[in-house]
Design a protein around this ligand. Structure first.
Ligand code: ADP
Ligand code: MG
Length: 275
């Protein structure tokens, strides 16, 4: 008999960077898939009005009747909007363009920054459903109220950085925002790690960026670097994670290694998942 008490809380990682096109959505989909493959119960929450994580996991726009908009606007619970994917143990809370108007609608409410946190607190309340152990929040390319909701709900932030000349530009702004959220909204918030994406071994600049970012951020940078890989960019148009589209490609192997590292860092941290 399950004993009473607060429902088990999943580990919540917000995948954030206010730059677009750095690999947030790709990382949410494929890290989520890799974690599910290791036996975790994973929910990806799509918090970008563009809805690329939802599309990339096979949920087409027309079929999205309820979405993360309804959750943040107070009209639905997460469990009510969650959809299964083709990957066992991986679910998606899809988004719609409605989300773009949310800030205007709830921007004056006192609890505006905690809508997602509240929703995640209730996520595992039903003891007859298997509890989610990981929630990955795919953030929009902006430091807006949606990203603040993700940071206020998260245990930690995972930052994808593209291996390009301006990789570090914008990182200090992001870190400053994390600092503000920590002091005002979520004292336990940490940086889980920084993952370098779209690494091109034939390009000297890529190697230089890896060196610079490691020099600047030290141990926060994961050992795993995600290579630029055409299979990774093809997979979303099939509505599949690259791990399903082509398990053996370099991109899939990299995301599997990243999942291993994420789990290792989790083990090194506190909190067993228990009620
Ligand atoms: P963001 O969510 O930060 O805007 P995306 O994950 O959507 O970024 O990635 C931006 C573009 O780069 C997409 O077209 C995606 O398919 C592509 N992409 C991301 N990671 C890789 C990779 N490792 N190799 C090749 N293309 C990639
Ligand atoms: Mg995205």
């Amino acid at each position: 008999i399950p004993h009473a008490g607060p429902p088990p809380r999943p580990r919540v990682l917000a995948i954030a960077n206010q730059k677009g096109g750095v690999g947030k959505t790709t990382t949410a989909i494929n890290l989520g898939t890799a974690l599910a493959a290791t036996g975790e119960e994973v929910l990806v929450i799509d918090l970008d009005p563009q809805g690329n994580a939802s599309t990339g996991l096979g949920i087409d726009h027309k079929s999205r009747e309820v979405s993360t908009y309804d959750v943040l606007a107070g009209g639905a619970t997460l469990r009510e909007i969650v959809r299964p994917t083709a990957v066992p143990r991986l679910a998606i809370a899809p988004s719609t363009l409605d989300l773009a108007g949310l800030e205007l609608e709830i921007g004056q409410e006192r609890d505006r920054s905690f809508r997602l946190r509240e929703a995640i607190t209730a996520l595992n309340a039903d003891p007859t459903e298997p509890p989610y152990t990981y929630v990955l929040v795919d953030c929009p390319p902006s430091l807006n109220l949606l990203t603040i909701n993700a940071m206020a709900a998260a245990d930690a932030i995972l930052v994808p950085l593209q291996c390009e000349f301006f990789a570090l530009e914008g990182l200090s702004q992001l870190l400053k925002t994390v600092e503000q959220v920590r002091s005002a909204l979520n004292p336990a918030l940490t940086i889980h790690g920084i993952v370098l994406t779209m690494y091109d071994a034939r390009n000297n600049l890529s190697g230089q960026v890896v060196e610079d970012v490691r020099a600047f951020m030290g141990e926060k940078v994961y050992d795993t670097v995600i290579p630029r890989n055409v299979r990774v960019s093809e997979a979303p148009s099939y509505g599949k994670p690259v791990l399903v589209y082509d398990l053996k490609c370099a991109g899939s192997e990299a995301y599997l290694r990243l999942a291993t590292e994420v789990i290792q860092r989790e083990k090194a941290l506190v909190r067993p998942l228990a009620g």
